[in-house]
Design a protein around this ligand. Structure first.
Ligand code: ASP
Length: 354
C-alpha cells in the first residue's frame, strides 16, 4: 500500500500555532465530480480550494494520503497497521492527527487504533462526512475544521484530548465507545455507554472529567500484530442448532463474540449451553456482548445468563462489538490465550466500565 505526502502551510506567511497531521484514507468526504459528473476521490493537494477558510487557522498541515483512497468497507488490519505506522512516524513532530475516513467502518478503525497506540498522549481524531465536500450542503467542511481545532487544542501546553476519538456532527466521542447509528442523517455516530467528550457549539465545550488522562511517561508503543481467528454469533429467536454448532467447530476459530439479548441473556436450551461449553473446554474464548446499544452485560442477573457464567463465558461488560472485535484480534495476535482471557474483560483504553 502506497501513500503520498503533501505539505499545506495554511499559516503562511505567519508562523503556524500548531502542526497537525492529516491522513486521508478515502470515504464519502473526499469525493468530487470529475468533468463527466462522476464522483471520484478528490486530489487532497487542492484542499485549500475546497476549504479556503483553513488559511485562517494558522496551522501547518502535513497531509499523508492513501495513493488509492478507499471506501471504508474495504478497510482491513493492514490499513490499520499503515495508519499506526504513519502516526508513529510523525508523532514527535506533530501536535495531533486527524484521520479522514469513510463512516461505515470508522468505529472499527477508531477502536483498533485506541488499542494499537498504547501510551498515546496526543489527539487522534477521526472524521468524515455523509455528503462529499464538493456538495453545497456537505457536512465535510464543519467536521474537518472542528476536528483540526480539537487535534490542535492545548491547555497549559498539554493536549486537551490525548486519545483516539470520532468527531462528527458537533460531538466528540471516544473512538472505542462509538457506533455508526445513522446512514442518512448527519448525526451518524453515537456512544450509548459513554458521554460525549465535547460538544461543539459557539465554542467547543470539553467535558474534562470524562477525557482520559495521558500517561506521558510511558511513551508511544505501537502494537501491530492481529489474529483474525474470531467470529461474531448474533443470537435471534429460532437460531438453529446445526448452524451454531458448525460455527463453533470452524477450524482456526480462537474466539467468539456472542451477541446476546439485553443484559447478556441467551436461550436456556441445553444444546446451546452444551455447544458453548464444548467450545470453551476446547480452548475457544467466548465473550458476551449485548445487542443493546446502551447498558451492560451482567451475567447471572437473570436465569437466562446464569449458565453462561457457569460454563466460563466472559462478560464483555459495556463494550461495543466494534471494540470487542478489534481488541480480541490484537490481544490474540500478541498474547497467549490465558492472558487474553484476563485482558479482554479489563479496560485497556477506556473501552469498558470496570
Ligand atoms: N461507504 C462510505 C465509506 O464508509 C460511506 C461514508 O464515507 O460515509 O467509505
Amino acid at each position: 500500500m502506497n501513500t503520498k505526502t503533501i505539505l499545506v502551510n495554511t499559516a503562511s506567511p505567519d508562523k503556524a500555532r500548531s502542526k497537525v497531521l492529516i491522513i486521508y484514507t478515502g470515504g464519502t468526504f473526499g469525493m468530487a465530480h470529475d468533468k463527466d459528473g462522476t464522483l471520484i476521490p478528490f486530489d487532497f493537494g487542492l484542499i485549500l480550494e475546497h476549504l479556503p477558510t483553513l488559511r485562517t487557522m494558522s496551522l501547518q498541515l502535513t497531509v499523508v494520503s492513501f495513493e488509492h483512497p478507499i471506501d471504508s468497507s474495504n478497510i482491513n488490519p493492514e490499513h490499520w497497521q499503515l495508519l499506526a505506522q504513519i502516526i508513529s512516524d510523525h508523532y514527535n513532530t506533530h501536535d495531533g492527527c486527524v484521520i479522514l475516513h469513510g463512516t461505515d467502518t470508522m468505529a472499527y478503525t477508531a477502536s483498533a487504533l485506541s488499542f494499537m497506540l498504547e501510551g498515546l498522549a496526543k489527539p487522534v481524531i477521526l472524521t468524515g462526512a455523509q455528503l462529499p465536500i464538493s456538495e453545497p450542503r456537505s457536512d465535510a467542511r464543519e467536521n474537518l475544521i472542528t476536528a483540526l481545532d480539537i487535534a490542535s487544542a492545548k491547555e497549559d501546553g498539554a493536549p486537551v484530548v490525548p486519545e483516539v476519538c470520532i468527531y462528527f456532527d458537533y460531538e466528540l466521542l471516544r473512538g472505542n465507545r462509538s457506533k455508526k447509528v445513522e446512514s442518512m442523517q448527519f448525526d451518524a455516530f453515537d456512544s450509548g455507554n459513554y458521554p460525549p467528550l465535547a460538544k461543539a457549539g459557539v465554542k467547543i465545550d470539553y467535558n474534562r472529567s470524562v477525557i482520559r488522562k495521558a500517561e506521558i511517561h510511558k511513551g508511544l508503543h505501537v502494537h501491530q500484530t492481529f489474529d483474525s481467528g474470531i467470529a461474531i454469533l448474533k443470537l435471534f429467536p429460532g437460531i438453529s442448532r446445526p448452524i451454531v454448532e458448525s460455527i463453533l467447530k470452524t477450524p482456526g476459530l480462537k474466539a467468539l463474540i456472542l451477541e446476546t439479548y439485553g443484559s447478556g441473556n441467551a436461550p436456556t436450551v441445553l444444546w446451546l449451553i452444551d455447544a458453548l461449553k464444548a467450545a470453551i473446554d476446547n480452548g475457544i474464548i467466548v465473550v458476551n456482548i449485548s445487542q443493546c446499544p446502551g447498558g451492560m452485560v451482567l451475567q447471572g442477573r437473570y436465569e437466562t445468563s446464569r449458565d453462561l457464567l457457569r460454563i466460563g463465558v466472559i462478560s464483555g461488560a459495556d463494550m461495543t462489538s466494534e471494540a470487542a472485535v478489534t481488541k480480541l484480534m490484537l490481544l490474540l495476535g500478541g498474547h497467549a490465550p490465558e492472558k487474553v482471557r484476563v485482558m479482554i474483560g479489563k479496560s485497556l483504553a477506556g473501552e469498558l466500565s470496570e
